[in-house]
Each structure stands twice: as C-alpha cells, then as structure tokens.
Write a protein that binds this ligand. Structure first.
Ligand code: AMP
Length: 280
C-alpha cells in the first residue's frame, strides 16, 4: 500500500492505471476509520482492481461553530486498518494542497441540499459537493462508495454526478451498526459511557417507526410523534433538530408513508450531534 499526498501525483498515477485497463474503486472518508468505512472498502475491493481511500478532514464542510478542530484524527491507526484490508492507495492531502491561496470555485446542489441537515448546517453540502468533485477529478474512479448513514450526502453526490456528467458510478452502501444498534460514526468517540446509553434511544426509535409502518400505519405525523416520544426518554438529550419522513428521491416530506421512504433524524446527545436514518 502506498500513501500519496500530492494531488497531481495521484492524478497522474490514476490516469496511467486507467490506461492499463484497471478499474478504480474509491472510498472518500474523513478518517478515524470504523467498520462502517471498512464495509465500503470491502465493497470496493470486490468490484474493482484498485481501491483508493482518501483521508481528509474537509474544513469547508464545517460551520464556524462546529467540530473541525477537535474532529478525531489518527492517521497511523487508519493506515494500519487500510493495510489489513489490502487497500492499494491512501490519498492523504494537506489543506494547502486542496485549498491553495486564491481558491474560489464551489459546487452547489441547490435543492437536495435544502431541508434535513441542510437547514441546520448552512454551507455544509456545498463543502461536501466541492471536495467530492475535486477528489473525483484527482482519483478518477470508476466506482465511488458512500454510506447510506449520510443519506442526504449520498443523494447530493448522486445528483452532482448526474448534473455535471462525472464518469463515476456512485454506489450507496447499507448503514453499519454496533451490535446494540447504534449507527457507527467517528463522532461516537465524543460520547461518554452514559451518553452512549442515551444515544441508543435514537436507533430504538427508528426501529419502532419501521415496525409501526410494517403494522400498517402510514400517517407520517403519528410515526414522527412516536419517534420524538422515544428519543425524549434519553437522559442526555439536549436537542432534537429534526425528525422527518421524506421521499428517498426528492428528500421532500411525504403526506403518506410508502415503502422506500426514509425516516431521518438529527439529535444532540450532550454536545455531540448524531444523525441516523432508516428506510421503510
Ligand atoms: P466520514 O468519514 O464520516 O465522512 O464517512 C465516510 C464515508 O463512510 C461516508 O460515505 C459515510 O456515509 C460512510 N459511513 C460512515 N459511517 C457509516 C456507517 N455507520 N455505515 C455505513 N457507512 C458509513
């Protein structure tokens, strides 16, 4: 496995591998890898000749009062996890190389970036779309793997690829959970033992919502109210930012719940913002 930090060097290498007929799979991450990330890597390994993982905590997708500075980072640990998974290349650029002086070009996916997290994190999806567009141009992947854990992000990227004709196939992969149901996230590291217990009410609520739908309830308000009730039992709950049931293509709230709609939530447990979702 090779670690490459220079964008130009990465691009030249990828283009030459492509000329040799290699199929390139790409897993963009912000590092502090867990089983969720590893599931994307394993998917890429199965479907491509070469697997590239990028590790870059993207400053432009964080708001001024968000956790960019304290976001967990451990490159040596990430590197050894990637080595164990037989990753071929890690792309690990510096901030200066990704955003040199004078940088001023951004990608904005206007409609899908509204609602849900978009309402609470202004500019977040613009930062995500911009960095992913840059990474796609640097890595030139055939296939790129994203988790459904960040459902709105996946939709934004799929739209961007379509609208801007990126020659990339975007693959959405299932949410990986801890044995007790908590969705894996690098941010779970922020949780104290007690806060982690509280966080479990999120997945309990999502599973209960799915059960309600399977029992024939299709009124979104009934389901959302029950979800709020369950999450409100969490001792360390600070804020429920949203509980929403949306159409999985438009991300617009639905009047009547149907199969394939998505229930998405964002919740503060203590000072940690957690998101999760479930497909009906
Ligand atoms: P991040 O490092 O948090 O930016 O995540 C990098 C990629 O891993 C994104 O496509 C995420 O959606 C995906 N991911 C993060 N957590 C999970 C999870 N629990 N299950 C599946 N994919 C995940």
């Amino acid at each position: 496995m090779e670690v490459i930090t220079n964008p130009r060097q990465m691009q030249t290498l990828m283009l030459s591998l492509k000329r040799q007929g290699k199929k390139i799979g790409f897993v963009p991450t912000m590092g502090y890898l867990h089983e969720g990330h590893l599931s994307l890597i394993r998917c890429s390994k199965k479907e491509n000749n070469i697997t590239v993982v990028s590790i870059f905590v993207n400053p432009i997708q964080f708001g001024a009062n968000e956790d960019f500075g304290r976001y967990p980072r451990d490159f040596e640990r990430d590197k050894s996890l990637c080595e164990k998974e037989n990753v071929d290349y890690i792309f690990y650029p510096s901030y200066e190389e990704m955003y040199p002086d004078g940088f001023q070009t951004y990608v904005e996916v206007s409609e899908l970036s509204k609602g849900l997290c978009g309402d609470f994190r202004p500019g977040h999806f613009k930062g995500v779309a911009t960095v992913v567009a840059k990474l796609f141009n640097i890595v030139c992947p055939d296939n790129a793997y994203f988790g459904k854990k960040d459902f709105q992000q996946l939709k934004v990227i799929q739209r961007m690829v379509k609208d801007l004709n990126f020659p990339v196939n975007v693959v959405g992969c299932p949410v990986v959970r801890e044995p007790d149901g908590l969705a894996m996230s690098s941010r779970n590291k922020y949780l104290s033992t007690e806060e982690r217990e509280s966080a479990l009410y999120i997945n309990k609520a999502l599973f209960e919502a799915k059960r309600m739908f399977e029992d024939g309830i299709t009124d979104p308000n009934l389901i959302k109210e029950r979800v709020r009730q369950i999450i409100s039992q969490a001792k360390h709950l600070k804020e429920i930012q949203y509980v929403e049931i949306v159409d999985s293509n438009t991300l617009k709230p639905v009047d009547k719940v149907k199969k394939s709609d998505v229930l998405a939530v964002a919740v503060y447990i203590g000072n940690t913002r957690l998101i999760d979702n479930i497909e009906f």
